[in-house]
Design a protein around this ligand. Structure first.
Ligand SMILES: Nc1ncnc2c1ncn2[C@@H]1O[C@H](COP(=O)(O)OP(=O)(O)OP(=O)(O)O)[C@@H](O)[C@H]1O
Ligand SMILES: [Mg+2]
Length: 461
């Protein structure tokens, strides 16, 4: 009989090794590797998969049922939570028995947003259960008191982190909403490792999602992510839960974006643009205005237009270009993809005659915005050109368009929405790709260009 292979497992990151070691080779933690108690030894594993007939023999025959017999119509519509931006992103509200994950970096405002949801639902007389894992009930109580003048009596807390206990309480108490803050603090008897480890997070998310489905109580889970992608981060749970929301922003700014990354019950196009205030997260009525409030008219600044969901947002793109000295030139971007910045610099050198090979280049999207829309390419290219020539751009000009590798300016979706937003904020000139559909807008001159060289020449005029 072959010797069984004993698996050793790291309690921090769940990496598996054939032999013990003092330090986990995967996550680098010391003293976390031990024998996996749940391991099925090699020969047993083989016998489990080799004899399919025997597996069938061990199973029970179950009754199958018709979907038509399910009385699901009453659960078909999502119920509003009463917190407008969340309801908008969820396409109406929370679905019956749904599991929603809110992911975000520490300090982003996840607990604040969920306290606001809890208060909004409790204010309608609904029962809300807040499971305190990360903060003590007293700390949560203080936040609730800051956010609302009265904390309704239907808003209750549970001071426990055991997933099985939470699931049992949920089935018994039947609240209208359960919030678990956070999944990284939950523990299950059925998983190995400490709270926050891969197996604990996965098992607890599965237990709580099943509890939501069985009881019909919507459950919201908080998931922590770190800037460099936490190993026990929400990616692990994405396929388990019904909806994944992400609360994004820059901790040094007040601006936040709530977006749906995955949504089983509706579209994931809608985003909420929020402002972190002492009364909690509030809807920004004029996000473009807020983002441009402190704009600079110095060389190296250009105004672009990016889409968040289907919402056009004006963003200030900034560039700083300085002599690199003797070392290799530095290229750094904040709120913009560094690889894309490098690509833009190469295109500018090759196709627009703007050589920066011996210069350090720093790029920034002002206001803490994380720009992903390629339509911001042209504004950043113009900001770099302006920084190189030390000549400011016309403050009443905005630009948008994607830049291709051959120096061509490519059209971007929803040109008409972008043009309207730029016009609304009082700009008089827009530089955009020639192939775009051109809406007619009063008092705004549209300058269409085919190449990045042409666009930059017109912007610098
Ligand atoms: N009195 C206040 N006025 C304005 N903003 C505040 C106030 N108190 C807290 N904040 C903001 O709330 C943020 C923390 O929010 P919250 O605790 O909801 O974040 P979180 O995402 O739950 O963080 P964690 O991951 O640490 O649990 C702070 O970074 C701060 O910006
Ligand atoms: Mg929190």
């Amino acid at each position: 009989m072959p010797k069984p292979i004993l698996v050793h497992i790291c309690s921090k990151c769940d990496a598996q090794f054939p032999r013990w070691s003092g330090r986990c080779e995967s996550c680098g933690n010391w003293g976390t590797v031990s024998k996996d108690p749940t391991d099925v030894s090699g020969d047993t594993r083989e016998s489990l998969t080799s004899d399919v007939g025997r597996q069938e023999a061990g199973g029970r025959k179950l009754k199958v049922e018709a979907f038509a017999d399910l009385k699901s119509a009453e659960y078909a519509t999502a119920k509003p939570t009463g917190l407008a931006p969340l309801d908008a992103v969820l396409g109406g509200g929370l679905a019956h028995g749904s599991a929603t994950l809110i992911a975000g970096e520490p300090g982003m405002g996840k607990s604040t947003l969920l306290s606001q949801v809890a208060l909004a639902m409790a204010a309608q007389g609904k029962k809300v259960l807040y499971v305190a894992g990360e903060e003590s009930p007293k700390q949560i109580g203080l936040r609730l008191a800051r956010l609302a003048s009265v904390v309704p009596p239907t808003l209750a807390y549970l001071d426990d982190t055991c997933a099985e206990n939470i699931a049992a309480t949920l089935a018994d108490n039947k609240p209208d909403l359960t919030i678990v803050d956070s999944i990284q603090t939950a523990v299950s008897n059925q998983a190995s490792g400490e709270a926050g480890s891969v197996s604990q997070v996965k098992t607890c998310a599965a237990i709580l999602t099943q509890a939501a489905k069985r009881s019909g109580v919507p459950v919201i889970l908080v998931g922590q992510v770190t800037k460099d992608g936490d190993i026990a981060g929400p990616r692990l749970m994405e396929h388990v839960v019904d909806t994944v929301l992400s609360l994004e922003g820059d901790r040094t700014h007040r601006f936040r974006i709530l977006r749906a990354i995955k949504h089983r019950f509706g579209s994931s196009d809608e985003v909420a643009l929020l402002d972190m205030t002492e009364r909690g997260l509030e809807v920004l009525e004029n996000p473009s205005g807020a983002l441009l409030a402190d704009r600079s008219d110095a060389p190296g600044s250009a105004i672009g237009c990016v889409l968040e969901g289907r919402r056009p947002l004006l963003a200030e793109l900034q560039a700083l270009v300085t002599a690199a000295g003797y070392s290799a030139p530095v290229r750094k971007a904040t709120g913009f993809d560094t690889a894309r910045l490098n690509m833009l610099l190469a295109v500018l050198t090759r196709h627009a005659g703007i050589g920066v090979y011996d210069k350090d280049v720093f790029a920034n999207a002002a206001g803490g915005l994380a720009v992903r829309d390629p339509a911001a390419d042209l504004a950043l290219a113009a900001a770099i050109a302006s920084a190189v020539s030390k000549k400011p751009l016309d403050p009443k000009t905005a630009l948008f368009g994607e830049i291709g590798l051959t120096g061509e300016l490519r059209p971007v979706p929803l040109t008409d929405l972008r043009v309207k937003e730029i016009a609304r904020l009082g700009f008089s000139t827009i530089i955009l790709p020639a192939a775009s559909k051109q809406p007619q807008i009063k008092d705004v001159e549209l300058k269409t260009c085919r190449t990045v060289r042409d666009a930059i020449e017109r912007a610098m005029r």
